[in-house]
Design a protein around this ligand. Structure first.
Ligand SMILES: [Zn+2]
Length: 365
């Protein structure tokens, strides 16, 4: 009994220590769990608060349906007062001008899923802000967009934002193998016409601008786009070329080679009366006119005289300020034709800025 008592005490003490340790461990586990759930609550609150302040998604239709086959897709983007055209055929992508606003153009890059992609050819028609400014967004590092060829006329220009764009191009040349070409020699071989083949079978003729053009508009690079089935679809885009350069296109022989007759004409200079003549429409013979312009513009675009000439030639028009983005599709099959679809319906519409222009060279009404 005398020997048994201490043993019993030792056993009881051991048990007490065991239970104490077990309870302490349990308390630590419960405390940890409470801390974790508090943290989780805090973090979900932060997510909810963040969601509240997240900028609204841009109100632009998603363009993810672009196929990679033979189909040719041309989108005249509703970019405001300016020009921005996206062309897709097979795996080839071409951009002509980027509009006046990098933010607006960036939204289209988003909706077209162009981050982390390659743009084969970028063409700046001429050096006005409403054509080049948006293109700066292509070179935003976070987008990881690879541009293979960049073409522009490289004329000296004072604009700081254009200098920024050119700096981006030059730095890509150094580290990203971008090829920077002058539209005065678009293939770097002395010929005035450079032809680019897209992987779905479409072709792009890039035409050197009028060497003596007076001012940036008359130094616009013209582009003739030919669908994979050339009998189905062709298009002529000539930036902001005015009367002087338009008549030079004819006299220099572009009306013969590569030929100016097309299915769709992008209205020169946003539907200005100085961007069209009856002769120009006789040479191009378009079934459709598409014009890119802003709903409120100080220039009076589209000019009444221009609309009168389009009407007289029997060519209906869509315009981005009234119709939104205009999408042209040609399937690339023989005799497949083309479709032209505006975001918002209505042809031959007038806009609130439209007026008669008093500038010289335009008809007086
Ligand atoms: Zn313009």
């Amino acid at each position: 009994m005398l020997i048994l008592l201490p043993r019993l005490l030792v056993t009881m003490l051991r048990r007490a220590v065991f239970y104490f340790l077990a309870l302490a461990l349990l308390a630590v586990l419960i405390e940890g769990q409470q801390q974790r759930s508090k943290r989780a609550k805090r973090s979900s609150k932060t997510h909810a608060q963040r969601a509240k302040h997240k900028p609204a998604k841009p109100p632009i239709t998603g363009f993810v349906t672009d196929s990679g086959g033979r189909e040719l897709i041309v989108r005249l983007l509703d970019i405001g007062q300016g020009d921005a055209t996206y062309i897709r055929n097979g795996s080839s992508r071409v951009i002509i001008d980027g509009g006046p606003d990098p933010v607006a153009f960036g939204r289209y890059l988003d909706s077209l899923n162009l981050d982390n992609s390659t743009i084969d050819v970028v063409i700046l028609s001429h050096q006005h802000l409403d054509h080049y400014s948006g293109l700066r967004e292509l070179f935003r590092t976070s987008r990881h967009i690879h541009v293979r060829y960049f073409l522009e006329n490289k004329d000296p220009a004072p604009a700081v934002t254009l200098a920024e764009l050119r700096d981006s191009i030059l730095s890509r040349m150094d580290r990203d193998s971008l090829i920077y070409r002058d539209t005065d020699d678009p293939c770097s071989d002395g010929r005035p016409i450079c032809t680019i083949a897209m992987t779905g079978g479409a072709k792009l003729h890039i035409l050197a601008p009028f060497p003596g053009g007076d001012g940036p508009n008359n130094r616009s690079t013209a582009v003739k786009l030919i669908g994979p089935d050339s009998a189905s679809f062709t298009m002529w885009l000539a930036g902001d070329a005015e009367h002087e350069e338009i008549s030079w296109f004819d006299s220099t022989g572009y009306s013969q080679n590569p030929g100016m007759r097309v299915n769709v004409l992008k209205a020169d200079h946003h539907g200005s009366c100085n961007g069209v003549t009856p002769r120009y429409l006789a040479l191009t013979g378009p079934q459709w006119i598409v014009a890119s312009l802003g709903v409120h513009n100080a220039f009076g675009h589209m000019h009444s005289q221009a609309k009168k000439i389009y009407r007289a030639a029997g060519a209906p028009w869509y315009r981005t300020d009234q119709n939104g983005t205009i999408t042209i599709r040609s399937p690339g099959t023989v005799g497949g034709g083309f479709t032209i679809t505006p975001e918002r319906a209505g042809t031959d519409l007038d806009g609130p800025s439209d007026r008669v222009s008093r500038q010289p060279g335009c008809a007086t009404e």
